[in-house]
Ligand binder design. Structure first.
Ligand code: SAM
Length: 282
C-alpha cells in the first residue's frame, strides 16, 4: 500500500474522530482496517477512503471508530481520581446542590469505553447518596464513539479477575456471579447508567442541563493540541459553575488556553463567579 493511501485515511480519521495517527502507524492502520476493506470488496485503502467519503453516514463512521479506537480500560484505573471523587469532589458538589435545594446531580463520563469507569462512578454515587436515594435524581451519562464498546458496557459482564481489584464491599454489593470466572453488574446499578453514542468531534454537545462532574480520561492523548483545546472548550460549555473535569493523570490543559482552573493532576474546575476551590489546593 503506498504512503498516499495512508495520508488520506489518517486525515479522514483525524477530521472525523479527532484521533491523530503519525506516519509510523501505517501497519496499525492496515491491520485494523483490513477487514473493512475486504467487507466492502474494495481493493485498496484508497478505495476505502473514497467509499467512506461517499458514505459519510453514522454507520460507516461508527465501523471506522470501532476499528480504529483503542478501548483499553480497566476497573479503578488511576485510582487517585476515584478517591478524590469519593472523598472530596462529590461531597462538595452534593453539599452545594443541597444548599440550593437542587437534588439533581449530573455526571458525564465522556469516553466510557467498555463501562468499567462509569460503573465505578455509579458505585461511588450510590454509596454517598443511597440513604437519601428517594430525594436525589442522580443521572450518570456514559458516552463513547465506539458502538462495540458501548454494547459491552451495557451488558456489564466482566472477568472476575478484573473485578477483584475493587473494594470487597463493592464486589459483594454491585456484582453477581454469572458463570465460571465471570461477573455481572447488578441490574439496579446498570439502570443508573445511560449509555449513548457520542463523538467528541461534534461541533457542540447536545445537552439541555449542565454537568456537575465530567470524566473524560485517556482520550485526549489521541487528539492534537488544537482538537484538545476545542473539546475542552465544548465540555466547559456544558458544565455547571464550580463543576469538576477529570482528564487522565498524564493529560493536561494548557494554562492560558483554558478557563478551567487547575486543581490537581488531571483535575480541573470550572470557576464559580463567587470563587470556589477545594480547600487546601489551587
Ligand atoms: C483508552 S480508552 C479510555 C477509557 C476510559 N476513559 C479510561 O480512562 O480507562 C479511550 C476511549 O475513547 C474513545 N474515543 C476515541 N475517540 C473518540 C471520540 N472522537 N469521541 C468519543 N470517544 C472517543 C474510544 O472509543 C475509547 O473507548
Amino acid at each position: 500500500m503506498d504512503p498516499g493511501d495512508h495520508r488520506r485515511i489518517r486525515a479522514l480519521i483525524q477530521r472525523e474522530l479527532g484521533i491523530t495517527l503519525g506516519e509510523d502507524k501505517s501497519t496499525l492502520i492496515t491491520s485494523r482496517l483490513r477487514h473493512l476493506v475486504e467487507k466492502y470488496a474494495l481493493s485498496s485503502m484508497d478505495d476505502y477512503v473514497d467509499w467512506l467519503e461517499s458514505h459519510r453516514d453514522a454507520a460507516a463512521l461508527g465501523e471506522l471508530a470501532d476499528a480504529i479506537s483503542t478501548n483499553h480500560t480497566f476497573f479503578y484505573r488511576e485510582s487517585a481520581h476515584f478517591e478524590c471523587m469519593a472523598q472530596r469532589v462529590l461531597p462538595e458538589v452534593v453539599e452545594r446542590l443541597r444548599a440550593r435545594n437542587r437534588f439533581d446531580l449530573r455526571v458525564w463520563c465522556a469516553a466510557s469505553s467498555t463501562g468499567q469507569e462509569p460503573y465505578v462512578l455509579a458505585m461511588i454515587i450510590d454509596e454517598l447518596l443511597r440513604n437519601e436515594a428517594n430525594r436525589w435524581r442522580a443521572g450518570l451519562l456514559a458516552t463513547d464513539v465506539s458502538q462495540e464498546a458501548l454494547d459491552v458496557a451495557r451488558r456489564g459482564e466482566y472477568a472476575a479477575d478484573a473485578v477483584s481489584v475493587l473494594p470487597e464491599r463493592w464486589v459483594k454489593r454491585y456484582f453477581e456471579p454469572i458463570d465460571e470466572g465471570r461477573m455481572r453488574i447488578v441490574e439496579s446499578l446498570r439502570r443508573e447508567v445511560t449509555f449513548r453514542r457520542l463523538n467528541l468531534m461534534r461541533p457542540s454537545y447536545p445537552f439541555q442541563s449542565r454537568f456537575d462532574v465530567v470524566f473524560c480520561r485517556n482520550v485526549m492523548i489521541y487528539f492534537s493540541a488544537e482538537i484538545r483545546r476545542a473539546v475542552a472548550s465544548r465540555i466547559y460549555d456544558v458544565m455547571s459553575e464550580g463543576g469538576y473535569l477529570f482528564l487522565g493523570l498524564s493529560e493536561t490543559l494548557e494554562r492560558g488556553a483554558t478557563e478551567f482552573r487547575f486543581v490537581g493532576p488531571g483535575i480541573f474546575q470550572k470557576p464559580m463567579r463567587s470563587g470556589s476551590v477545594i480547600a487546601g489546593e489551587e
